[in-house]
Design a protein around this ligand. Structure first.
Ligand code: F6P
Ligand code: MG
Length: 443
């Protein structure tokens, strides 16, 4: 956070009984833990086949850590330091100390009394700790099955999207806006909001766009297009070329929509390079990690549908040639708001500074962009970023948590009266852009 920034409002937290944060911590998070435990149980024979009795012992050990974790959560126990010795442990434990310093009356940092964003991230990190402390099942992705299922069940939608990408001849602007919106609505398909229940794209994503337009509360796509055009004329054609960074969210259909958008950005000459950023560990049920990313490209290549497979082949080529690259900085799985990035992950921040445009996918990224605070809805997006502006950036998000800024006066009130769950239902969306102020010249 820049020193000159005024303090942000209070964090969303389960301390506010009846709030969405409270209901998530009370109901949805324990349910996710129960499903993780079930998944490990169901894979017992696989662990036995792969590792013998040691595998079964490891499964039991992981389950006992997870049951303890669920109990800590449900009984609002103090948050414990991480102990698995991974390279991010100091960050997490220091973060805990920092939170402790903010608690009133020296109460311990605990599940229902601390910021929701912190507690939710911490739960996923503790799930990973339970696995890491249980070799040889340490690398088992407890969410893999549901991510795979979501990919396969959206096959029809994937086919129509790949066909559209390969055959469409509409003007570039129109195509870009279409792919941007498809990627936006792809974000409906996350598995964390539904506690891991099926949530996949059943219909052709292109056909539904017109009907969905009225649910986009802030649509800055014209600014996004203008930035891409500006970089093209000012240097995008030079040898170093323009870069677009996509901060990914979910695997399954959403990832396909992001890959299609990135394909279009390259093939239309809007950038020379796309850098994808994903998670280094399984995260928020459906978030993309490296294995999901590579698996999705391979599966697309292997499709028996001509245009889909042609897309997969192209994507593989982009990766091989370095036109596309995948990165998984550990900052993305820390609990920090993005306004801490410049100090906590200066290498990542400076790499993003070389971007022409950063696209942040999904709800969790929006929560981190705005610090998951109780902002007034009319506060400008740029103000809620609290100084985080490595490069022009855009959040592409369906609303699944009660934080939303940058609305017109009266807009939120109208929505609340018509549709009280507008901030959490995933029905509404934003394409919200912010460009940092230009550096002042010396003259
Ligand atoms: O558990 C709630 C949450 O953090 C919500 O903010 C959101 O529903 C979901 O998890 C993650 O959504 P997304 O995949 O769009 O980041
Ligand atoms: Mg997600």
């Amino acid at each position: 956070m820049e020193a000159t920034q005024p303090k942000p409002p209070q964090s969303l937290s389960a301390i506010f009984e009846g709030s969405f944060a409270y209901l998530t911590v009370r109901d949805r998070m324990p349910l996710i833990l129960t499903k993780v435990i079930d998944t490990l149980h169901r894979n017992k024979s696989k662990f036995f086949d792969e590792h013998g009795e040691v595998g079964v012992e490891a499964e039991k050990r992981a389950i006992s850590f997870l049951s303890k974790l669920r109990n800590e959560l449900q009984t609002d126990k103090p948050v414990l330091p991480l102990t698995d010795g991974a390279e991010d442990v100091d960050h997490w434990n220091q973060y805990m100390q920092r939170q402790q310093g903010l608690m009133e009356d020296q109460q311990p940092v605990s599940w229902f009394k601390s910021p929701w964003l912190y507690m939710e991230c911490y739960m996923y990190r503790r799930i990973q700790e339970a696995l890491w402390l249980s070799p040889p099942v340490a690398d088992f992705d407890v969410f893999k099955e549901s991510k795979t299922k979501s990919f396969f069940e959206s096959q029809q939608a994937t086919k129509s999207l790949c066909m559209y990408l390969k055959s469409n001849k509409k003007p570039l602007t129109e195509q870009f806006l279409t792919f941007l919106q498809v990627s936006l609505w792809g974000n409906k398909c996350d598995l964390s909001i539904s506690a891991g229940q099926d949530n996949f794209q059943k219909t052709s994503p292109i056909d539904t766009l017109e009907d969905l337009q009225r649910f986009i509360l802030v649509d800055n796509s014209a600014e996004v297009w203008a930035v891409l055009m500006a970089t093209q004329t000012s240097g995008g054609t030079e040898s170093n070329g323009a870069k677009v960074d996509i901060i990914l969210d979910n695997a399954g259909f959403e990832l396909v929509t992001d890959l299609v958008l990135a394909d279009f950005i390259i093939s239309a000459g809007l950038a020379k390079e796309v850098r994808f950023h994903g998670k280094s560990i399984p995260w928020f049920v459906s978030d993309v990690n490296k294995q999901d990313f590579n698996w999705t490209v391979m599966q697309t290549m292997a499709s028996n549908h001509k245009e889909t497979s042609a897309c997969g082949v192209q994507w593989k080529r982009y990766l091989k040639e370095g036109v596309w690259s995948y990165h998984d900085h550990r900052f993305w799985t820390l609990p920090h708001a993005f306004w801490d990035m410049a100090t906590e992950a200066p290498d990542l921040y400076s790499s993003l500074q070389s971007s022409s445009l950063i696209l942040f996918k999904g709800d969790l990224n929006y929560r981190k962009l705005t610090g998951d605070r109780n902002w007034e809805h009319t506060v400008p997006f740029g103000r809620a970023l609290m100084g985080f502006h490595p490069a022009p950036l855009c959040s592409i998000r369906t609303l699944k948590a009660n934080v939303q800024v940058g609305l017109q006066p009266g807009q939120a009130e109208k929505l609340t009266s018509q549709d009280p769950d507008w901030m959490t239902s995933g029905k509404y969306a934003v394409i919200q852009f912010f460009s940092p102020p230009k550096e002042q010249g010396c003259s």
